[in-house]
Design a protein around this ligand. Structure first.
Ligand code: EPS
Length: 395
């Protein structure tokens, strides 16, 4: 069994589309299961005015009947409400306008790349003289569809007792990485109450202030977010081949998210600075005879490319968004003139949203690994396989 998905759609085009295949039949799935995560993705202090325009209302077009998945591909659609204002700019058909200046104006052509954005390399790669052709698809708008698809994976994992939550641990220089004291399935309820999705109320205020200051300065802020999963069975992934390692797929998924520049599992980079005795999790006899217990989780729930049965803990570093209201220096690719970078409506900070997107990314990877090890064509089969596995692995 394998789970695969694709997305399509431009930021100001008509809609975002998604297809996911490999979801077993018989999974309970309704519109609200997807919509609740899409709503969470839109929130977060520091987002721009686009979020007030979009509702991110998802339509389930195929693969679900009477609230249950059919085992066939699930097709999703999210219409871009902003499309109304961009119909000419993003028209599919060629324009009748002949005058080159008028043509460029109608297309809202962009010829000055933003440092740090996909604009320049994308323009060179695809031979696009209008960089709008690059930014429309490289935009993080695409992540709305990834969250919709990831919500299906989340629903699947929840039925198997696997829960995912996230929090923001850093925005700019403000840090809030105190240990999590609530169960992972309650983490989101607590973090969603903070406009920046962090646990501490003092840190929330400081992060908001930092975002405000960045906004005033025409600047942007990045940060670090953490995604955790509980109830993960031992033995997902494998040491036997490089591309079967659970960590490797998690790294790939997180690095595929716009603006992510680093990923850590467990202690991550800290593990490189500590001796082995302070890095590895000791093994003790468990409370139930025949079981073992870890008292620490420095590994972040993965050893040797496989889940250990401990909660997964993944952190990702997001760089500041590359559209600056006080732009950095760039070059007009049409004229060669040195000029400030292009300014496009944008967000000041999107780390809280990235944390929510991270939940979907982890859910899609975990669902794939669960299906690989304990898969089946129906939920009945998968639930039975998972139960058998949990009973079987006791020493
Ligand atoms: C984005 C630019 C902004 C963001 C957008 C990502 O869009 P716009 O140019 O339309 O204001 O708001 O994010 C979303 C639309 C979204 O739904 O997350 C970019 O350039 O990446």
């Amino acid at each position: 069994m394998s789970l695969r998905f694709l997305t399509a759609g431009e930021s100001h085009g008509k809609a975002l589309m998604g297809i996911i295949e490999g979801v077993p039949a018989g999974l309970s799935l309704v519109h609200a299961d997807l919509q609740k995560h899409l709503r969470r993705r839109k929130l977060g202090y520091g987002r721009g005015s686009r979020q007030k325009i979009e509702t991110d209302e998802v339509q389930i077009l195929t693969g679900v009947r009477h609230g249950k998945t059919l085992g066939s591909p699930i097709g999703l659609l999210i219409e871009n409400r902003d499309w109304i204002s961009w119909q000419d700019v993003m028209a599919v058909e060629p324009t009748e306008v002949q005058d080159p200046d008028q043509k460029r104006a109608r297309a809202r052509e962009i010829s000055v790349p933003r440092p740090g954005h996909a604009d320049w390399a994308g323009g060179v790669k695809y031979r696009h003289s209008d960089l709008r052709n690059v930014l429309e698809r490289s935009s993080a708008r695409e992540t709305a569809m990834r969250v919709a698809l990831g919500s299906i994976a989340t629903q699947f994992l929840n039925e198997l007792g696997i829960h995912i939550g996230s929090r923001v641990v850093e925005i700019g220089k403000i840090r809030d990485d105190a240990p999590i004291e609530v169960p992972i399935h309650e983490l989101n309820t607590q973090c969603d109450a903070s406009p920046v999705r962090c646990l501490g109320s003092e840190a929330t205020q400081k992060m908001i202030q930092a975002i405000e200051e960045a906004k005033k300065a025409g600047d942007t802020l990045g940060g670090v977010f953490e995604v955790c999963a509980s109830g993960v069975p031992v033995g997902l992934g494998s040491y036997s081949q490089w591309d079967r390692r659970l960590e490797a797929e998690i790294g790939r998924a997180f690095l595929s998210l716009n603006a992510i520049k680093g990923v850590e599992v467990g202690m991550g980079f800290q593990a490189a600075r500590a001796p082995g005795s302070q890095v590895h999790d000791e093994i003790f006899p468990g409370a139930v005879p025949g079981q073992i217990e870890f008292k620490t989780n420095r590994s972040g729930g993965i050893d040797g490319g496989m889940s250990t049965g401990q909660p997964l803990v993944v952190r990702a570093a997001m760089k500041p968004l590359s559209t600056l209201m006080k732009p950095l220096s760039s070059i007009n690719l049409r004229t060669g003139e040195v000029t400030p970078a292009h300014i496009e409506r944008s967000d000041v900070c999107a780390v809280p949203s990235a944390a929510v997107i991270g939940e979907s990314l982890l859910a899609l990877v975990l669902a794939q690994f669960v299906l690989e090890k304990m898969g089946g064509d129906s939920m009945e089969e998968v639930v039975r396989n998972v139960q058998n596995w949990k009973n079987w692995h006791l020493i």
